[in-house]
Design a protein around this ligand. Structure first.
Ligand SMILES: [Zn+2]
Ligand SMILES: [Zn+2]
Length: 264
């Protein structure tokens, strides 16, 4: 069994309403040491906080506003809400970022919401979970500026260019891989290899993006084990080694109160 931490799961999603506790238990028995429940909206973060409270020491939560909802971001109301959720124990700000693929919100409003959350991450000294899609130039500019100011972050579910990955890594950021790397059409193992051992994370992004051989089903944290195996293969190492590295990296990145000495 490979130890891992799912660094990004939408456990508050209604897709898990019928069997959330069983899903969390399956992750645990599959080797998960922790699951980070992503709050992609204030409402989702509040639900994620409740889930974390019911699974202390195993489920942790984040709070932020997704770029899809950038148009509805209210700098006063939402910054205050995220601040309160961080006070309640949120381990990171996000997910936030820029998505010019779907353009569900106007780009200037996405940038405004992202900038607010980067500034808050700086102010509260919390890491930031960043979603970026087809927004290379603006993401690079904002990530590099924040990184130079001391903000720590992760490019989650990353499938973008090597150049953007390098820019983020250069300012000390992390890169997280999802089940996309198990898909047949995935052809960029060099991207998986370019991330240093101490900066790589793995995630489910559940309920989306179930890895092969579960592709097409509702995804769940237990299946991160397939992604760990695929990342290990790309890097030419043992899955247990990647499991261990990514586990230690997640503990360090999110400052999780999980004993990394107990990992074998
Ligand atoms: Zn995302
Ligand atoms: Zn997500």
């Amino acid at each position: 069994m490979t130890t891992f931490i799912d660094s990004h799961a939408h456990l508050a999603d209604p897709a898990f309403d019928a069997d959330r506790d069983e899903t969390i238990e399956r992750a645990r028995v599959t080797g998960a040491l922790a699951v980070v429940a992503i709050g992609e909206s204030i409402a989702a973060a509040e639900r994620a906080a409740d889930i974390a409270e019911r699974h202390p020491g195993f489920v942790f939560f984040t709070a932020g506003v997704h770029p899809h909802d950038g148009a509805d971001f209210d700098p006063l109301r939402d910054v205050e809400a995220i601040q309160r959720l961080v006070g309640d124990g949120a381990v990171a700000i996000g997910e936030c970022g820029l998505d010019y693929h779907y353009d569900h919100s106007p780009r200037d409003l996405q940038r405004r919401a992202f900038a607010s959350q980067l500034a808050l991450a700086h102010e509260l000294d919390r890491p930031v979970v960043v979603h970026t899609r087809d927004a290379e130039d603006d993401t690079r500019a904002m990530v590099v500026e924040a990184g130079r100011a001391g903000v720590r972050g992760v490019l989650h579910c990353y499938t973008g260019s090597h150049a953007l990955a390098h820019a983020a890594l250069d300012v000390g950021w992390f890169v997280s891989f999802s089940g996309i790397v198990t898909f047949r059409k995935w052809d960029d193992d060099a991207l998986i290899r370019l991330v240093p051992d101490d900066r790589v994370l793995v995630e489910s992004d559940a309920p989306y993006l179930a890895p092969v051989p579960q592709r097409g089903k509702r995804n769940e944290p237990a299946w991160v084990s397939f992604t760990v195996a695929r990342v290990a293969a790309a890097r030419g190492v043992d899955p247990a080694a990647i499991g261990l590295e990514t586990t230690r990296n997640a503990i360090r990145f999110f400052n999780l109160p999980v004993n990394s000495e107990s990992i074998t």
